[in-house]
Design a protein around this ligand. Structure first.
Ligand SMILES: [Zn+2]
Length: 413
């Protein structure tokens, strides 16, 4: 048994609803808090001194400066398994070129696909683990990682295997998602339905067989996949046993109905979601995931996070870290920016990065600091939790624990 603390403030994120608006006074804040661990799990949460006298723990990790602790953050949408850079695309976009013009000059997703296909497994494992560790230093202890830069049966399998192996090279948990349906690759001769059918026949059963992922995602929009082709694909993927998430309403609206109907865990992007889409999501259980990094990278509007929460939906914020539209790779900064722009309470932003994000990934053992959950903890060197988003992502955690082990420890931070 190990006791960690005392934390100046311990924010458990416990007892809050999965859906709807939240005010900061709903947050449970335990002053002088302690976390009692048994191995990788939390045994008890409470006042540090009371836990110390009640349990008489064999080990005490005493904190001698002020820290504010939250559950380890969860980034529910990333594409961090890639090779190459799209800095040239970015420069062209800043110079006013359109997506199609950039693609015609050899940029876009296809450019990353070619570079990722050419990269070795070892190189990709290193790149993926390095990026995961960048997020870990921000307090992110669970990271969803999509494939999607392989776009053939063998190359998608390669990327899912890379993600599985990278999981052993970082202390963060990597949750793999199969995004073979990112775009129809340029070297595939056939319709979008032909491509999806090929993935259904030849890829998804092997993904299950090798336990590489239990999640399937698809990019639905102009230039990617249509709603009708996606529906057929997702119904079949679901029948195989996959959990579903979708990229939807990024450039054009109209995906919410499918996401809700199919029982998707999440619909991610929503920059183009209008009142109709919001009202459909308000009636369903699919969780909206806002990706402010992509809004910033493309110069597009933010997802209507305020309206979504006020309509009664849940809300998650993720980094969408990818080489094209969201190269920043900083979840705290991205969350601080959309929070300021969309007028999200701090409680709503923290919920979007913790227990609501866990729910979007169907993970029930994290996102809340409570007995039985994994001891994933992000502790910031401050005496007031409001400092964290006030500093707009510049205050990173001084200490991070994953499964009860201290994996980030900035002595002079
Ligand atoms: Zn994405």
């Amino acid at each position: 048994m190990k006791l960690i603390g005392p934390f100046k403030q311990l924010l458990t994120m416990d007892g809050l609803p999965l859906k709807g608006a939240l005010s900061d006074d709903q947050l449970e804040v335990i002053p002088n808090g302690g976390i009692l661990l048994g191995g990788r799990n939390i045994l008890a949460i409470g006042n540090f001194n009371q836990l110390k006298s009640s349990y008489n723990p064999s080990e005490i990790e005493q904190l001698n400066t002020s820290y504010v602790a939250f559950p380890g953050l969860i980034d529910a949408h990333t594409h961090i398994c890639w090779a190459g850079s799209r800095a040239n695309d970015y420069a062209l976009r800043l110079a006013g070129k359109t997506y199609l013009e950039i693609a015609a000059q050899g940029g876009g997703i296809w450019d990353t696909v070619q570079k990722t296909r050419a990269a070795s497994v070892e190189e990709l494992i290193l790149l993926t683990a390095e990026r995961a560790n960048v997020l870990l230093k921000q307090g992110v202890t669970t990271i969803e990682v999509k494939s999607g830069y392989g776009l053939s049966v063998d190359q998608e399998l390669k990327l899912l295997e890379v993600i599985q192996k990278a999981n052993n090279e970082t202390s963060a948990d990597l949750i793999a998602t199969c995004l073979a349906a990112h775009i129809v690759p340029k070297d595939f001769s056939g319709s979008e339905s032909d491509y999806l059918e090929k993935m259904l026949q030849n890829l998804l059963p092997r993904v299950l067989e090798h336990e590489l992922s239990k999640r399937v995602d698809i990019f639905i929009d102009h230039g990617a996949f249509s709603v009708s082709a996606a529906k057929e694909y997702l119904l079949k993927a679901k029948a195989l046993g996959f959990e579903i998430s979708v990229h939807g309403d990024q450039f054009s609206a109209g995906v919410a109905q499918l996401a809700v109907e199919i029982g998707a865990l999440s619909i991610d992007h929503l920059e183009a979601a209008d009142e109709k889409e919001i009202s459909i999501l308000a009636k369903g259980n699919t969780i909206p995931i806002a990706l402010p990094g992509a809004s910033l990278g493309l110069g597009e509007p933010f997802a209507p996070a305020r309206k979504l929460l006020d309509s009664g939906t849940s809300l998650v914020i993720a980094s969408d870290w990818n080489p094209g539209s969201a190269p920043m790779g900083n979840l705290l900064v991205a969350a601080a920016i959309i929070g300021a722009k969309e007028k999200l309470t701090m409680a709503e932003t923290w919920a979007a990065l913790t227990f609501r994000a866990a729910s979007a990934l169907n993970l029930t053992d994290r996102g809340i600091l409570k007995s039985g959950n994994l001891a994933d903890i992000a502790a910031f060197k401050t005496d007031n939790y409001k400092e964290i988003f006030y500093q707009q992502g510049q205050l990173n955690p001084g200490k991070v624990w994953k499964n009860g082990f201290c994996v980030v420890n900035k002595k002079n931070f």
